[in-house]
Write a protein that binds this ligand. Sequence first.
Ligand code: PRP
Ligand code: MG
Length: 174
Amino acid sequence: MSAIAAIVAGSLRNVPDFPSPGILFKDIGPLIADPVAFAAVIEHWRARHTGRLEVIVGIDARGFIFGAALAHALGTGFVPVRKAGKLPGPTIERSYDLEYGSATLAIQVGAISAGQRAFVVDDVLATGGTAEAACRLVEEVGAEVAGIGIVLELAGLGGRPRLAEWDLETLATA
Ligand code: PRP
Ligand code: MG
């Protein structure tokens, strides 16, 4: 296991039956409350991507925490992809399937310039529906998905193959 994977794995909290019975929730709370662990995550991506990126895209809601910190560290701007209905327009939206029902994400038109190299950040990868929708929105506004950075990958739920067309890096696997 890499040093960063050990830091991430060692600072997550498993919460049974949250938010509903049968779900083992991976809580990133202890990771971001620990200044050493939080800084290690941001420094890992900063070191890999310095000079390569023009904008960081963070996915609502926990992707904002890592994405905004990374944008600051890299000296880039930060653009949120939000749950529908939160951003003033004009926006474009994209819906994706959840286990039960669907959800919709939105990005503001004009927030990213066409051709900009974007790095898409989130906390957890499960089925990949959220990250895929965010990446498609980035591409719909004409930008390039230069990579995807996700702190924790839940293996076996189909997320990685779903994102196969992009350069995906996850820091730890559970
Ligand atoms: C969680 C997590 C990821 C997403 C991963 O977010 O933070 O964004 O699910 O799932 P997927 O790979 O199956 O799409 P959630 O939608 O629960 O919302 P939140 O970040 O606002 O808490
Ligand atoms: Mg989320």
